[in-house]
Design a protein around this ligand. Sequence first.
Ligand code: UD1
Length: 323
Amino acid sequence: MLEGKRIFVTGAAGFIGSNLTDALLEKGAEVIGYDNLWNGRMENLELAQQNRNFTFYKGDVRDYDRLLHLMKDVDIVFHKAAFTSVPQSIIMPQLCNEVNVSGTLNILNSARINDVEKIVYASSSSIYGDTPTLPKHEKMHMDPISPYGVAKQAAESYMTSYHRVYGLNTTSLRYFNVFGQRQKDSPYSGVIAIFIARILEGKNLLIFGDGNQSRDFTYVKDVINGNILAAESKEAAGKVMNIAAGKPISLNELTKIMIELSGKKGIEIQHGPIRTGDILHSYGDITLAKKILGFEAKYDAVSGFKEYLNYYKNIYSSKSKER
Ligand code: UD1
């Protein structure tokens, strides 16, 4: 159904955006990638750039005029560009708001003016906050802690508002800790990306807190599948739903498994203070996504990690050879 569609992907050079771009091109869509290259990297688009159905523009979601122009004749928008880090949002709340809230509003308004038929938004489980109810389901009260979570909630509400007020076909997907190939290893990346790099380099790991916090780590391939299903579904119009593996694991348990699977010896786990703004437990109920989209996660944290480890080892060994 996406074949021949003209699709605009924001954050196309990023972790999720580039994996999505490749999947859309494989389905025969025409993809216009847009990224300011803050977190995104052109090397993530090496495969896409070999495809004549792909065009890339370096640009920012805060540039409304540019978006208005580039989204002309676009059929579908996947809005993946974001300020992604919870701790960074505590350092720079205004910038987080400009990118995640005003940027999203720019996308929505450009989509409305250009008569875009569908827009899929990358929302986040962080909007639930630290509520004790588990698993977290869509009817729950939202109680975000960090400026990042608040911004995601606001942007998601704009999505729903544009559906209600202007009839725009929007779907927001609340991701739960996505991980996998092309996730950047930086101090502000997801914990699996940080730990996999350190393990392969034989470095010790630092867990913030006692390690009993848990996350519903979701493998990127499942997230891409959820996005494609959402774009194709008529029933998903105006809806908000969780996209998760639906299986939580504590950081202590996952770290132990990661070290074991890597085969590395002598790696120590150290503990530091709890990170400000951190949520204790996060676990997603995926009943709604299953009902509306037929979504099912094919991976859990461990099976996803095994695949990611193989991928990472290949990249890592070819990079070591280059040095
Ligand atoms: C992550 C995403 C966020 C997304 C949210 C829900 C990243 C950077 N953040 O937030 O965009 O909206 O999931 O899907 O991908 N930790 C350590 N040591 C480290 C790094 C982290 O112990 O070196 C701990 C953290 O304190 C936290 C857990 O690992 O308890 C997960 O942290 P992180 O991977 O940063 O993700 P979230 O904050 O859950």
